[in-house]
Design a protein around this ligand. Structure first.
Ligand SMILES: [Zn+2]
Length: 155
């Protein structure tokens, strides 16, 4: 299974991990309904690997799952990358952090009325989530995320 094909279903205790996997561009189902049998159902329907902190899940005849050992999201992310042999990079910031949809590139001119003048003047790359109608651009917080991520992946 290569990096682009693997898909996850994260249980509701793993919100931070789910968000970070989306930042890396991975397809992650996540929501309040995803625990116990709801999680198993969702994973089976889409052929997703379950990520869970629920020790009892194994007794419910689940599809393949990864028991997440740590409470710390950095350790959790490391565990997933290692266990699935993932090398994130190219797909960074290609997925909506809110709804998991793939983002589309938007030409700079087309976003002029959608962003503050300062952002328009200083940013060149914009991405769009059609489902949330939300615009993304590489801003300071992304740089902070990248720095944090570098530490996670390298360490
Ligand atoms: Zn979205």
């Amino acid at each position: 299974m290569n990096d682009n094909e693997i898909r996850f279903a994260a249980d509701r205790m793993l919100g931070r991990l789910a968000k970070w996997l989306r930042i890396l561009g991975y397809d992650v189902s996540y929501g309040r309904h995803l625990s116990g049998r709801g999680l198993i159902r969702a994973a089976r329907a889409d052929g997703r690997l379950i990520l869970t902190r629920d020790r009892s899940l194994g007794r419910k005849h689940p599809p393949p799952f990864l028991f997440i050992e740590s409470n710390d999201y950095v350790e959790q992310l490391r565990q997933v990358l290692r266990a699935c042999d993932l090398r994130p990079g190219e797909s960074l910031f290609t997925r909506c952090l809110v709804c998991n949809s793939q983002l589309q590139r938007r030409a700079k001119e087309s976003v002029k009325k959608l962003v503050p003048p300062y952002v328009f003047a200083t940013q060149e790359r914009f991405s769009w989530c059609g489902r949330c109608q939300k615009l993304y651009w590489p801003a300071t917080h992304q740089q902070k995320m990248l720095d944090a991520l570098g530490k996670i992946i390298v360490a």
